[in-house]
Design a protein around this ligand. Structure first.
Ligand SMILES: *Cc1c(COP(=O)(O)O)cnc(C)c1O
Length: 380
């Protein structure tokens, strides 16, 4: 990282970081694509009617992804609020005006207990009341069916690496919900690549799906991609800013909308094979420098669930005698520059996600990790 980089932050005492954790919001999200910055720069100074832009942007996204309808939400989290609001209030003005108070409305959102997640509070903001099916570790179809009632507004499904693997399959989930005329809403915010996932869940029966615009798509941090059936997307749009309803506080600006369009277009036209080869090479370089450290196992992981792009996994063996994982993370975070590594896999493993790195920052990150591991391993 060059000293002059990030001067705008350094001048106020905020240190630029090396983000080897992946497109995590806490560490700045995904690296902006140059095409996004260009589109935003062009869009900043020209006023337009936001309603018109929202409708046209939605059409363009739907067309690019081959789905029925789309809307640019305020992050994926803002999209979750709109999913709930659309299913509970629709375009009924009296109901829209009352949200998030939804007393007396059909407001229950069915979720499998094993798929409860950190972001599902957003459903409450949109007026939802979460009703859980099954147990902490699993859910059966019968357990799922038993929690639907005349108050059910939607059934929510999560696609994420950490989501319970014993959950009811998406197909069966959709079948149950649809047999009761209940829409299925999906959070797949961070479930990209593969690019095919962008249209997959709609094609497999979802009524609404949300993705982050600022994670792997690498568009504006504040943008989200909400896909869905036309009547639900229309309901989402009217509940959102600039209209004075529940999502008025989740504004998306005109330049963010244009930046997101550029990001999606660039993302879907990128060759995934070429991208994976590049990430694979970066990971190999890192592995070469870490593989000989005693007490850890270093590997490259890549699958369709937990490691969506090639990622370096550093696992601590039983004979590891160095610092605890917590100490390692805090030493890295307190260094100069601060380094943040991937911890999504849970305890016993830290990872290097190459998405936000270039050759230079990768090398620096690996060097810092080596220093911490070797410097604290008394067996060396
Ligand atoms: C990141 C994430 C969100 C929030 O996405 P934003 O675009 O940051 O609002 C929601 N759900 C899941 C599963 C996520 O990983």
């Amino acid at each position: 990282m060059k000293e002059k980089e990030g001067i705008i932050y350094r001048s106020m005492g905020v240190s630029p970081i090396i983000n080897a954790a992946g497109p995590i919001s806490r560490y700045g999200g995904g690296r902006y694509r140059p095409q996004v910055v260009e589109a935003m720069a062009e869009a900043f100074m020209v006023p337009v009617q936001i309603d018109e832009l929202n409708i046209q942007a939605g059409k363009k996204i739907a067309q690019m992804l081959g789905v029925e309808s789309a809307f640019v939400s305020s992050g994926a989290a803002g999209g979750l609020v709109l999913q709930a609001a659309a299913c509970i209030a629709g375009t009924d003005e009296a109901k829209m005006r009352r949200l998030p108070d939804s007393d007396g409305m059909k407001n229950e959102i069915v979720m499998q207990m094993c798929q409860r997640f950190a972001y599902d509070q957003s459903y409450l903001v949109g007026g939802g009341r979460i009703v859980e099916a099954g147990a902490r570790e699993s859910c059966s179809i019968e357990e799922l069916e038993s929690v639907f009632s005349e108050r059910t507004a939607a059934a929510a499904y999560l696609f994420a690496g950490h989501a319970c693997k014993e959950a009811v399959s998406f197909q069966a989930f959709c079948d149950v919900a649809h047999s009761k005329d209940i829409p299925v809403i999906v959070d797949a915010a961070n479930f990209l690549p593969p690019r095919a996932n962008m249209s997959r869940f709609m094609n497999e029966g979802a009524d609404m799906v949300v993705f982050s615009g600022g994670k792997a798509v690498r568009g504006p941090q504040g943008a989200g991609i909400l896909l869905g059936k036309a009547h639900l997307i229309e309901a989402a749009r009217v509940n959102a800013s600039p209209n004075n309803f529940v999502a008025r506080s989740m504004k998306v600006s005109k330049e963010e909308i244009m930046g997101l369009l550029a990001a999606i277009e660039t993302f879907i036209n990128e060759d995934e094979g070429v991208e994976n080869t590049r990430y694979m090479q970066m990971c190999s370089q890192a592995v070469d420098l870490l593989i000989e450290i005693p007490g850890v196992t270093v590997s490259i992981e890549h699958d369709q669930i937990d490691y969506l792009i090639p990622t370096v996994a550093i696992r601590f063996n039983e004979d590891w005698t160095g610092a605890t994982e917590k100490q390692i993370l805090s030493t890295l975070a307190g260094g100069n520059p601060p380094v943040f590594v991937r911890t999504l896999a849970g305890p016993g493993e830290i990872g290097i996600d190459p998405m936000n790195l270039n050759d230079e920052t990768l090398e620096l990150a690996v060097q810092k990790i080596r220093e911490v591991l070797i410097g604290t391993n008394i067996d060396l």
